[in-house]
Design a protein around this ligand. Sequence first.
Ligand code: 6R9
Length: 665
Amino acid sequence: MAEKAPKARVVAEAHEVDTFHPPQKMLAKHPSKPHLASLEEYQQMYKESITEPKQFWGRMARELLTWTKDFETVHSGSLEGGDNAWFLEGELNASYNCVDRHAFKDPNKVAIIYEADEPTDGRTLTYGELLRQVCKTAYVLKQMGVRKGDTVAIYLPMIPEALIAFLACSRIGAVHSVVFAGFSADSLRDRVIDARSKVVITSDEGKRGGKLIGTKKIVDDALKQCPDVSHVLVYKRTGADVPMTKGRDYWWHEEVDKWPAYLAPEPVNSEDPLFLLYTSGSTGKPKGVMHTTGGYLLGAAMTGKYVFDIHDGDKYFCGGDVGWITGHTYVVYAPLLLGVSTVVFEGTPAYPNFSRYWDIIDKHAVTQFYVAPTALRLLKRAGDHYVKNEMKHLRVLGSVGEPIAAEVWKWYFEVVGKEEAQIVDTYWQTETGSNVITPLAGVTPTKPGSASLPFFGIEPAIIDPVSGEEIHGNDVEGVLAFKQPWPSMARTVWGAHKRYMETYLDVYKGYYFTGDGAGRDHEGFYWIRGRVDDVVNVSGHRLSTAEIEAALIEHDAIAEAAVVGVADELTGQAVNAFVAIKDGNEGTDALRKEFVVQVRKSIGPFAAPKAVYIVPDLPKTRSGKIMRRILRKILAGEEDQLGDISTLSDPSVVNKIIAIVHDAK
Ligand code: 6R9
């Protein structure tokens, strides 16, 4: 890690950027007024959340969630101990909080706006209908032998049934483990085995951007090596002719038909797991990040309310996939906990053309829109003429997953939002559960490129990566950590608490370590710089270079591989691979293609290297450590800044690699 530690430098750009206040026109079209009246009110509440966290979170938990049994202890444990627990004696049910309480009040209120891949194929589901579907599906899972505490794997495209599956699990106290439907059979297999899922929920096929995705086939391939999976529930999305294994595979529509429309929710303890979600770290295999029920739900509801300023009647559209944390928290939990309508979009921003998002926003009078900068870069490049739409109900435009460049931020604000909606650049992670550094819509002034100020209960610290000491004051730069536990933080890595401690809590004792570099400017605003570990962020997807290297090495012809992230105009970062092949192989284009296919097969298409360089050897120290820093510099065209290469076991490989990269460009 020391190799890439960010240099201490002054947060210079902060002095030169404009500050944007919540637009007057946004306030003018607000259905009432923002939840907080002013920045001072935020500051007051923030102060309470830091100095009196138990009082603050106890109040919020009772206000925003419905408990079947009240809690007595708001919090126990510590960051040092890695044993944080929230709302200890409390009992609640996630599906009750997301569905029943709204269905009882107004069963005809729209819960899900399904915008299918083909613009004409969508439909809506009311809270009443959602409740019936969730109950029936919960019965099906029960009948398949799923019990409280069991994990269920979900491998579904962006369709309402994905949300129904989440909620059906939580209704019976089961733990969902969603695997993004872009992952390969091998990745799915690993996650099913690690989580010990005995039931898998999938569809015959998926449909995205006019293309079909063979989800059931991928599940079949994965399950060849998962002997413990007893049942597969298959939703018929396209009607494709897919093989069904007798005694294992069941059609969703046939099964749900057999059951009543109401099943009482199973109360669980606040600290019982709600879900696992696998994410990439700097080393080894993906980690099953575990979130618990009470704390996670509170984080989702709180940020939905205050960051996005969600009000009754809002139509909330998060473009993230339910296979990632953004989809978990902001397609499913936050909007449903607050009882508003959530848009579930199956397609892509480019299909049938680049106006698709804007058409959806107009069609459903969307009030909050939330997406990753990678999509915005694509749409900005496609041209402003695709943004003819009025989008007059938009109040909040969110950004997530990677740093947003100032010019993209301004485009979002001016061209998409017509200067009538506030941009919220929300920083957070799978592990934080919900937004942690973010503006509050209607309240916080913003600066393009800064995620601004900490959310309630988050006490950020900038740490000097060399000394390991916290750097106090403003105008400082270092790595980002948090000094206090908060309700929606991940509690453990599934089956690997030691790894959880080593990755997040032991790095700097008493702090939660994010893995990101950050600066705090002269006004206390935070600027996220990106990962300081071996995590690459491609189109907002978190990938581990170590994982991609491991995938490459599975190929027979590869002796050694090194993967690095390079800046990419469209995807933020792109994966580039350097491989040394075994004797007897020839470095042809066909072989290079095979290597790309290897990664697609082993991890998933989204992890495929954009470039593969076949090199005679990798730059290594005498002790055999691969110097990825040198590869990064070569790709950036900074051959003159390689530093001291005399420590390499064979310095002459550097010039050979430079020549190969030049030839390829
Ligand atoms: C929500 C999500 C987490 C990593 C995180 C950081 C990057 C997320 C960001 C951002 C700059 C933002 N990241 N939001 N960087 N500005 N607003 O993306 O979770 O997939 O776990 O990724 O994404 O590097 O550490 P996850």
